[in-house]
Design a binder for this molecule. Structure first.
Ligand code: SAH
Length: 236
């Protein structure tokens, strides 16, 4: 058996991660680690995924022809996803992002609702959301922090809304999570995400792998989540 100390997420260091991101340019290139050209295809894939969710049999918070009321971009960086996706679907978009250098960029260039300058591990949702978007930032949280965050979110979204997680997944190497020393984050296995969601009382209502990304990158998977009514209501 592995001891807890051997778990990749035990190496996570929030201060070091913030220091790393402070040294990164406040540009799309910075956000996407030198792959700025994948942004368009990423946003297109996300947009199709959301449109499919809104047309699916399980009713959304509002008809697909109407805007969603409120969305939140978690680990928003400079607001690439807010700008290219969420503001097209929702009347108001809030952002959560711990690095001030990035939120300053959002303040200057985008029209958003609330800006929460905190890490997701410290974020307490204060509104009811139709869509909670979490992309390329959850590797900065430990498994336990991620479960608690998702559980807090289950109380902060409108009936019929969705939490969408879009993250790198490692599918090889025996499905084990990987620690990245450069940016202080973990890349989780698909199976780990599924366990985390279940522990947080969420069920997957749709999931797909983003198509069209360069082969050398980790597979990027989208998961649409809703509270699992069959889960026992205990706090994780
Ligand atoms: N989601 C955005 C940004 C990705 S870059 C996009 O897809 O374009 C990763 C972001 O995670 C950075 O902005 C970084 O500052 C942020 N981040 C780092 N630690 C975090 C934490 N503990 N909670 C939330 N976001 C964090």
């Amino acid at each position: 058996m592995m001891s807890v100390e051997d778990e990749p997420d035990s190496s996570i260091d929030h201060a070091a991660a913030i220091q790393y991101w402070n040294g990164v340019d406040a540009t799309v290139n910075g956000m996407l680690g030198g792959y700025p050209h994948i942004s368009r295809i990423d946003l297109q894939g996300s947009s199709n995924f959301v449109a499919k969710l809104r047309r699916s049999r399980t009713a959304g918070p509002s008809p697909p022809s109407e805007q969603l009321r409120r969305a939140v971009d978690c680990g928003a960086g400079i607001g690439r996803v807010t700008n290219g996706l969420l503001s097209k679907f929702a009347a108001v978009v809030d952002v959560v992002e711990p690095v001030e250098k990035f939120t300053r960029e959002i303040k200057d260039k985008l029209h958003v609702g609330e800006i929460y300058n905190v890490g997701l591990e410290d974020w307490q949702p204060q509104h009811s959301y139709d869509l909670i978007w979490m992309q390329w930032c959850l590797g900065h949280l430990t498994d336990a922090q991620l479960v608690l965050l998702l559980h807090r979110c289950t109380h902060a979204f409108a009936s019929g809304g969705w939490i969408v997680v879009k993250e790198n997944t490692c599918t090889t190497l025996g499905q084990k999570d990987l620690y990245d020393e450069v940016d202080n984050s973990v890349t989780r296995a698909d199976g780990k995400f599924r366990t985390v969601f279940e522990t947080a009382g969420l069920k997957i209502v749709a999931t797909e792998v983003q198509k069209g990304f360069p082969k050398e990158l980790f597979p990027v998977r989208m998961y649409a989540l809703r509270p699992d009514e069959n889960a026992n209501g205990e706090h994780p």
